[in-house]
Design a protein around this ligand. Sequence first.
Ligand code: SF4
Ligand code: SF4
Length: 358
Amino acid sequence: MAGKKLTVVISQSQSKNPAHRDLEETIAADLMMSGEVEVSLVPHLYDMSADHSGMLFLKGIPGDIVFASWLYPRAAFWTLDRDGIRGQEGITTLHTEEDEEELSEENQQQANGIGSVEVPSRKIYCLDLRSFGDAEPYLDEVKRIASEATTQTVDLMSFIQGNPKQEQLERYLNPLPILNGNGNGTPAANGANNGSTQNGEAASSQNGDTEKVSRRWYPVIDYSRCTNCMECIDFCLFGVYGVDGLDRILVDEQDNCKKGCPACSRVCPENAIIFPQHKSASIAGAPGEIGNLKIDLSQLFGAPTALEQAALERDTELVADGREAVGMTVGIPKRQTEENAERDDLDEMLDDLDNLGL
Ligand code: SF4
Ligand code: SF4
């Protein structure tokens, strides 16, 4: 199995924006021409179901992955983790100036989460396709990663020890055509297959039928931050959360989540709950503060606190379901309402005022 190339996966945009398609296809074409890496296109990661062939392909990649998507890298990494595609977080140097600022702030804080489980030694590098409008920075970064990668090869036995499902093993042993360096769709020597067609559409199908994906909405847990405090399971009244065999929190019934509702992310004390499609960057998985939620300056003018906002959002969904609103009477953590809120809010307000230079 020696000599296996780095696999680059491009997860396509939800939108049909031609600029997005152009960027995806330019990166894919250039990498294919180089012949130095395997390249695949799959539909938008967040929208693929567990049995979508693009997802099965991702699960079958045994070595290092560069995963480029229209998501914050943290959101992409933990969505992959949720789908059982795990690895060590690969450090990329691809940052915008804005990222650098956020990261330097974040680096002063220590994530103290319970971490993921059964994480293999291979690396997963997540790149955000929204960072740059042209392909060059991404191509340079892939080349840099390919040159430094040390765990690109994984033999079959290591893969088996990773406890693959039957369908993954079958795919590994019975490869389908893959778009490789010369783009001619020859069978993949390493046993992987991909989720793309040669015209760049993310069709990902064994029988030629295009598998449709539709937009979904569910929380993704960042286990590097999650402390397993269970506040989210107490707060959500829609049965989304559960616990696994190790009594760890998990998103159990993701399709029970209410579309557009980010309420529990406001309740999580570690900012560990991500809604990758939310318009607010901090909820969508941007790098940023860990720990208690920062007060918004709007609170100076009487707007609801994060917890009040969460309770309002939850009530809206309860009423839409024909249930009784519960307000702040159920599942609201005392931690933020009583113990720390007053002190933290005051500190944060002063910080915010300082930042405004008043
Ligand atoms: S509230 Fe946040 S930190 Fe607590 S268990 Fe849920 S995701 Fe983890
Ligand atoms: S967003 Fe609302 S419905 Fe979805 S998991 Fe959180 S609390 Fe439950």
